[in-house]
Ligand binder design. Structure first.
Ligand code: HAM
Length: 422
């Protein structure tokens, strides 16, 4: 049997409903904060990510789905949305002397080892704010996160961690000091960290290996390298968070896996999903617009991992009502199919939000009612000779033992709206 590719999941009808609930909630909240939707291509030039995300990152080194197209150009399935978003806004001149607050949703692709909460095709809802340098925007982004978790009822499962990486100069000085300290101790590091020492040494800080952690205990600390402006930015940020009652912990090991970050970085993490703890992550990236060919523009954003948020929603709310339809129209004579279809159209017009399915394929009433039951419908409408002659289908409650009644269309609409058959 043909199977889906490893790490690529089918989201089946029952689950897709939960996805829609979760995604719609995030969209509604982003729209309410006046973030505007943007749709971006899945394929971008490979160079966008090597330049944007960074050569030495895990993503660019070993996780990208890259190929050469028929013209010989290097193209890549987007592993994240920020670089493409910046590319688009620069390309269309939308950052020139203006601020932008935008969001996007959709699949991202990374060749990672699949496990619960980690997939090769996964989905993000990302938000980005451009042209705003102050920590108030960082706070706005965190407030959006808090509203997401509250609206979905998962706020007790996620907590906010943050850190500051300072300016690119801070990072460079710290990086040099870290490498100088670690180089003589190379043999005591785990294999991954030894590799990172040459390519992306800051990532060693979030190694979980006990030997590496012991070496790190006496390593130089990033806060000691921060300049006055960076300290002020971070102090203002934490001050505002305190004022707004947003709880957080400062995690000096939080360095993020993408190269573009400056100043604030943050993650909303959970313990409820095993090893894949980050549900949403982001930060400030004041240098990226310029690095991708635009004018220097401060920027900050985040991306929510929808797959993980959906798992959290399920952990809290359990199974959703699995019904596929609310009303099932049974057609007792083949000649009445047209009547049934017209009836369903009138009901759909009069009952927004109701899901009305018309039986197809004939068969006995008993079997049709079985189908109605299988799709979880609460009500059946019976269309037979007498019902068509009187233009009054019979409404039947499939859950409660109530008398069934023949009603005109308006009566059916009123009864279903009221929730009881009368
Ligand atoms: P990221 O930390 O690479 O950041 O990804 C953001 C979120 O996407 C993660 O916290 C996680 O929830 C989810 N995610 C990442 N990889 C996977 C995976 N393989 N399977 C399932 N979920 C995953 C970024 O992508 C940045 N572009 C975020 C950002 C926006 N920073 C500034 N603006």
């Amino acid at each position: 049997m043909l199977q889906s590719i490893r790490g690529m999941r089918d989201i089946l009808p029952g689950d897709a409903r939960r996805w829609r609930i979760v995604e719609d909630t995030l969209r509604r909240i982003l729209e309410s904060a006046a973030y505007e939707e943007l749709q971006l291509p899945l394929l971008e030039s490979t160079e966008l990510f090597t330049r944007g995300v960074g050569e030495g990152t895990d993503i660019v080194e070993k996780e990208m789905y890259s190929l050469t197209d028929r013209d010989g150009d290097g193209i890549t399935l987007r592993p994240e949305g920020t670089a493409g978003c910046v590319r688009a806004l620069v390309q269309h001149g939308l950052l020139f002397n203006q601020t932008q607050r935008v969001y996007y949703t959709g699949p991202m692709f990374r060749y990672e080892r699949p496990q619960k909460g980690r997939y090769r095709q996964f989905y993000q809802v990302g938000a980005e704010a451009f042209g705003l340098a102050g920590p108030d925007v960082d706070v706005e982004l965190m407030l959006l996160g808090r509203r997401f978790w509250q609206a979905l009822g998962v706020e007790h499962l996620v907590r906010l961690e943050l850190n500051t990486l300072g300016t690119p100069a801070t990072r460079a000085a710290f990086r040099a000091a870290l490498v100088a300290y670690l180089e003589p101790l190379r043999e005591r590091l785990d294999e991954d960290s030894r590799r990172r020492l040459d390519r992306n040494p800051l990532r060693i800080l979030d190694s979980k290996d006990p030997g590496t952690r012991a070496v790190l205990a006496r390593a130089p600390q990033l806060p000691d390298f921060l300049d006055a402006d960076s300290r002020r930015h971070f102090a203002n940020l934490t001050g505002m968070l305190d004022e707004l009652g947003i709880a957080y912990t400062v995690n000096p090991a939080l360095v993020r896996g993408l190269d573009y970050y400056t100043q604030t970085v943050f993650e909303w993490v959970t313990d409820a999903l095993g090893a894949q703890g980050a549900v949403c992550a982001g930060g400030r990236y004041d240098g990226l617009v310029e690095r991708l060919g635009g004018k220097p523009t401060p920027a900050a954003g985040f991306a929510v991992g929808l797959d993980r948020l959906v798992l959290l929603h399920e952990a809290v709310h359990g199974a959703l009502d699995g019904a596929a339809a609310d009303v099932y129209v049974c057609v007792l004579e083949p000649g009445h199919q047209g009547y049934a279809l017209r009836l369903a159209e009138k009901l759909r017009a009069g009952l927004p939000g109701f899901r009305i399915r018309v039986h197809a394929g004939g068969g006995k009433l008993k079997n049709q009612l079985k189908r109605a039951d299988q799709c979880g419908a609460r009500h059946a409408l019976l269309v037979g000779d007498a019902e068509v002659a009187d233009d009054a289908p019979v409404l039947k409650d499939l859950r409660a033992d109530l008398p069934q009644r023949a009603l005109a269309v308006d009566g059916i609409i009123a009864a279903l709206r009221a929730g009881v058959p009368d």
